[in-house]
Design a protein around this ligand. Structure first.
Ligand SMILES: *Cc1c(COP(=O)(O)O)cnc(C)c1O
Length: 397
């Protein structure tokens, strides 16, 4: 390897803030620092900047500005949507439905509510990671108050049929929440057309800053507050606003949605090049997630006989940043709940590699990974007892 190259292919984990977004944020740390709740000139400017950002977020998802509530990111939005509806409507019923492949921000919130006496149904998914609409319809009872199904899965990239889920919920009088954190900027999102009641988004997944996000709450949907204090966010989310973050999120979502089609087209083509290159060069690989109904930039493959951690380590050494659903390094022996939910054996799940493409990636990056990966897989397989067993069973010398 000559020189030090960084090929960043972990955009599902986070994206870099675009330079023009950082530029737009900077004045709000210094000269435009006024507290939006105050009444003098620079405070009113801050308030106006927040109003503009709120309009940008609303416009990007076809909501009204009054339906956009600023939060600290995807995790808070998911927590608020689920706990907020659960506590506000517990007298009507204590049942919640979600899927087995949600982000931990949803799953762990639901598990917490189970400990508070709520009953949660975790819908299974098919081999591609899609929920079944008939299973959803069957799971709804008179006690069900909320359904939460993600728009796009962060690990395997599968897109869920959220408009259909929302329609079923609407017919049965149940609120529908979607975690759209991975979807914004990658696939079209429209809260009216898709008829969702609550939607979570997070700026650092679409080239905005970290620690800022929003919850869309359709007008008329009632939920309890998580944070109590000042009267910010129409009295629903207390705390002095993350002014620069909010400005960054507004600018970033406008930018991301404006280039979404072109972004999706470019990333789909790069992903296809990456997948076919891997399939041509490496044996015993399976694609995880849906072959077509998936995020444009998400590629998730399992490499039989080896561990994801080994691949990550050697890829990092080659200057490639990626991710795995294997879990040995995280202190848990269980591989990703998503990979298990689509039916993978533990061993296959442990051999998974997630490469998520983004703005900075080029064909040269893809070709670089296609050059770096085969010898890494080969090297790890040479050391793998599983592979040795397999070779023996095939009578290969
Ligand atoms: C990243 C992510 C989150 C968490 O968002 P944060 O802003 O990092 O808290 C939630 N859901 C999904 C699907 C994500 O990809």
């Amino acid at each position: 390897m000559t020189g030090r190259r960084l090929v960043y292919m972990d955009h599902a984990a986070t994206t870099p803030a675009a330079p023009e977004i950082v530029e737009a944020m900077l004045p709000y740390f210094t000269e435009r620092f006024g507290n939006p709740s105050s009444i003098y000139g620079i405070a009113r400017e801050s308030k106006a900047a927040i109003d503009t950002a709120r309009e940008q977020v609303a416009h990007a998802i076809n909501a009204s500005p009054e339906e956009i509530y600023i939060t600290s990111g995807g995790t808070e939005s998911d927590n608020w949507a689920i706990k907020g509806v659960a506590y506000a409507h517990r007298k009507r019923g204590k049942r919640i439905i979600t899927s087995a492949i949600e982000h931990h921000a949803v799953l762990h919130t639901c598990q917490y509510l189970e400990r508070q006496g709520f009953e949660v149904t975790y819908l299974p998914v098919d081999e591609f990671g899609r929920v079944s609409l008939s299973a959803l319809a069957d799971a709804i009872t008179d006690e069900t108050i909320l359904v939460s199904i993600m728009a796009a899965n962060n690990e395997i990239g599968t897109l869920e049929p959220i408009a259909d889920c929302a329609r079923i919920c609407r017919e049965r009088g149940v609120y529908f929440h979607t975690d759209a954190v991975q979807a914004i900027g990658s696939v079209p999102v429209d809260v009216r057309a898709q008829d969702v009641d609550l939607l979570s988004l997070s700026a650092h997944k679409f080239y905005g800053p970290k620690g800022i996000g929003a919850l869309y709450i359709r007008k008329g949907v009632r939920l309890d507050n998580l944070l109590h204090g000042g009267s910010q966010e129409q009295r629903h989310r207390a705390g002095t606003e993350n002014l620069a973050g909010i400005v960054g999120m507004g600018a970033a979502i406008e930018r991301a949605v404006g280039r979404q089609e072109e972004y999706a087209r470019r990333l789909t083509s790069l992903r296809k090049r990456l997948l076919s290159g891997i399939m041509e060069r490496i044996e015993h690989v399976r694609l995880n997630g849906h072959p077509t109904e998936r995020l444009p930039g998400n590629l998730n493959c399992s490499f039989e006989f080896i561990e994801g951690e080994g691949m990550l380590l050697l890829l990092d050494h080659a200057g490639v940043a990626a991710s795995t659903g294997s879990a040995c390094t995280s202190g848990s022996l269980e591989p990703s709940h998503v990979l298990l939910a689509i039916g993978l054996e533990h061993a296959t799940a442990h051999g998974s590699l997630r490469l998520t493409l983004g703005e900075s990636n080029t064909e040269a990056d893809v070709d670089y990974v296609l050059e770096a990966l085969p010898p890494i897989v080969e090297r790890l397989r040479t050391m793998s007892p599983l592979y040795a067993d397999y070779r023996r069973s095939c009578n290969v010398q």
